[in-house]
Design a protein around this ligand. Structure first.
Ligand SMILES: Nc1ncnc2c1ncn2[C@@H]1O[C@H](COP(=O)(O)OP(=O)(O)OP(=O)(O)O)[C@@H](O)[C@H]1O
Length: 659
């Protein structure tokens, strides 16, 4: 069907770095549309499901050794003849049988359809809670049986380890080796894990390991040099990944879109001690500037500008200074960056301080990223601000964005519950076409009427009332917040009211599994950041479904609608009952600085006519417009980054370098 280079090539991956000419792009689009029409038509999918069911029926009642023989046969044929339709159906049937025997879960027909799309390099949209983890096993196992090394990419380490551990018995039964790679694994552990047939890891881990390989290989990418390295043992000692053959990306919108805004950088220690003094001075000067006299924020607090008075004060402050401070451009740039460190980056929102270290909190997953730091001196500036020990400055060795990295896979597929709005961008950037997979059972998710309040205090009172009502009914409730800071605020308020609750955020990450395990129990209140947003599977205690299942309470909207929808997706999974509701205020982080005049007007209206449907509609639309503007801004940043990377690659190819 399509040719994949496999282990005979030392480091299989796509070899071109460049942006395709527009004619090629149009051709690729037409080809992928045609491919989707041929392979992914409803009738074709249904025919495939029938073929799998037929093969499965043939396996029923057979002795274990005969099933094992069938497995060996299909493995051989897949290796020899590739992923042919006829072999696929038999292989899928074997994986289904293996799953039932080992996990007690039989793939639903819709999951067979999902797996069929994945193994052919499509992006599938399956509702949250429909069982994408199990769906991925079909494509991963079949590709691995055919000799490809597969990487299943998840959004965080917790999910990588959880999914690999839970699915391992199924793969083991099929004779496939499974492993997972965590962020803090040693190079030897990583190298060993990547040798497995199916590896679970995060996008960041995989991309960083690829960058490390590029640094290790330097110019030794020609087949001859690679072969030489293999015989001399240099290859085995240095290279981590087996190449980029087939990746299945879970939560594709988070990894390929949201996280694609920031390039991943490998750096080494560099810079000098004088830089520490420079950072302290920058923060010192920045602390003397006042808003709005000396500096002002741009739209959405994304940018800071000095006013004339600010520039003049800075000139006076730096009058007797030396070195870089004598250069006006440099000093203004340094102070602007220090102002960002002071006012844009906030403790318990963007980072936490733990053990004399500033640790970044991932805005998409709500998790701490222990080995990451901001670039261009921002890390040191924030460390000066927080009064912790300064980490030595670093210099960039290699850098790549997800957009460029994931295009390098020979075969790529993905899945998510929330990707229809970004399907166009994914198709443009990664040439991945979306296929919608229907739910196994109709959804029983209820939406309760939401409400927007003029100020935060009113909102929190309404949130408390809602939590109390749920608790009295015995219904578990998951309260979604945007940051650790807000989660702590809610927690303190509940403590005052004597409401027992659990916290799930980056400061409590060691109790994550325990908190999730209890979140579906009768009367349980869980306050969470984005950490509960993706992949989290909250199982309901017996009897809770009769009380209405889990209730998700959204107390603030995020930078994009998809993150909110993911949080909503924690309830009413697999056809169970569940409900959700939004309680917002116009003092929320997303809108507080958005069109300030309109914000003030709407707040007056909300105070005078809080229950008026029209006013509520206007407030909700205003909130959505802020979200929409941010989504647009982020889309532009991604497009700019990809363009810049293509240009960089083009100029490097002239000088003969790789990164
Ligand atoms: N075929 C099946 N039979 C029975 N239960 C299943 C089946 N497939 C999945 N499940 C169960 O459904 C629940 C949800 O699965 P999973 O977490 O993989 O969903 P998901 O689609 O990845 O959700 P999200 O989009 O939130 O990550 C799990 O408890 C899983 O065991």
């Amino acid at each position: 069907m399509y040719a994949l280079q496999t282990r005979s090539v030392q480091y299989p991956q796509r070899t071109d770095w460049h942006e395709d000419p527009w004619l090629v792009r149009v051709w690729d689009r037409c080809a992928s549309l045609l491919q989707r029409w041929i392979h992914m038509r409803e009738s074709r999918q249904i025919a495939f499901v029938r073929a799998v069911a037929l093969q499965e029926a043939r396996l029923q009642g057979l002795a274990p050794d005969i099933i094992q023989q069938a497995l060996s046969d299909v493995r051989l044929r897949l290796r020899r003849e590739g992923l042919q339709q006829v072999h696929l159906a038999q292989a899928f049937a074997l994986v289904r049988v293996a799953s039932q025997l080992t996990l007690g879960l039989r793939h639903h027909d819709v999951q067979i359809r999902g797996g069929y799309a994945l193994v052919q390099g499509f992006l599938i949209e399956m509702n949250t809670g429909e069982g994408k983890t199990l769906t991925a096993t079909l494509a991963a196992a079949v590709a691995a049986l055919s000799g490809r090394q597969v990487q299943v990419v998840t959004v965080n380490d917790y999910l990588a380890q959880r999914d690999a551990t839970e699915m391992r018995p199924l793969y083991q039964w099929l004779g496939l080796r499974t492993a997972w790679v965590l962020e803090d694994a040693s190079p030897a552990e990583r190298r060993q894990a990547y040798q497995a047939d199916i590896v679970y890891c995060t996008g960041k881990t995989l991309t960083f390991d690829y960058l490390k390989d590029r640094i290790a290989l330097e110019d030794r990418v020609s087949p001859l040099k690679m072969l030489l390295d293999m015989y001399t043992g240099r290859w085995q000692q240095q290279v981590l990944l087996p190449g980029l053959q087939f990746a299945i990306v879970d939560e594709v919108d988070s990894i390929l879109i949201d996280e694609a805004r920031t390039p991943l950088i490998i750096s080494s220690q560099g810079g000098s001690a004088e830089e520490d003094v420079f950072y302290s001075q920058s923060i010192g000067y920045a602390r003397q500037l006042q808003q709005p006299i000396h500096f002002q924020f741009g739209e959405n607090r994304q940018q800071i500008d000095l006013t004339l008075a600010g520039r003049q004060l800075l000139d006076r402050l730096a009058e007797n200074a030396e070195g870089l401070w004598c250069n006006r451009f440099r000093r203004e740039e340094a102070v602007l960056q220090a102002l960002s460190a002071l006012h844009r980056f906030q403790c318990d929102i963007h980072y936490i301080v733990r053990d004399d270290k500033v640790l970044i909190v991932d805005e998409h997953t709500g998790r701490v990223m222990p080995d990451r730091s901001w670039e261009k001196g921002m890390q040191q500036l924030i460390e000066v601000k927080e009064g912790v020990t300064l980490t030595p400055p670093r210099v960039t060795l290699a850098k790549i964005s997800f957009q460029l990295f994931f295009r390098r896979f020979l075969l790529l597929s993905g899945m998510s519950g929330t990707c229809k709005e970004i399907a166009g961008e994914i198709s443009r950037v990664y040439n991945l076409r979306m296929v919608r997979i229907p739910p196994h059972r109709p959804s029983r998710r209820l939406q309760y009427p939401g409400k927007t309040y003029a100020d935060a205090e009113q909102k929190w009172q309404a949130v408390e009332a809602c939590i109390l009502a749920c608790q009295q009914r015995g219904q578990p409730v998951l309260v979604g917040t945007r940051s650790i800071l807000t989660a702590d605020i809610v927690s303190k308020r509940l403590q005052k009211l004597g409401i027992e609750h659990q916290l799930l955020h980056a400061r409590q990450d060691e109790t994550e599994a325990e908190v999730i395990a209890q979140a579906g129990q009768r009367g349980r209140v869980t306050i969470a950041t984005n950490m509960a947003g993706r992949g989290t599977d909250i199982k309901l205690e017996p009897g809770v479904a009769e009380l209405g299942g889990l209730h998700v309470l959204i107390t603030e909207l995020h930078d994009n609608q998809r993150i909110d929808r993911q949080l909503i997706g924690r309830c009413a999974r697999q056809g169970e009952p569940g409900s959700w509701q939004e309680i917002l205020s116009l003092e929320d982080e997303l809108v507080v600085n958005w069109l300030p005049g309109l914000n003030r007007l709407l707040r007056i209206l909300l105070r005078t006519l809080p229950d008026n449907t029209c006013v509520q509609f206007l407030a909700r639309s205003y909130y959505r417009s802020a979200q929409w503007m941010l989504e647009r801004l982020h889309r532009r940043i991604r497009a700019k980054l990809l363009k810049a990377e293509f240009n960089l690659r083009r100029s490097l190819s002239f000088t003969g370098k790789m990164e």
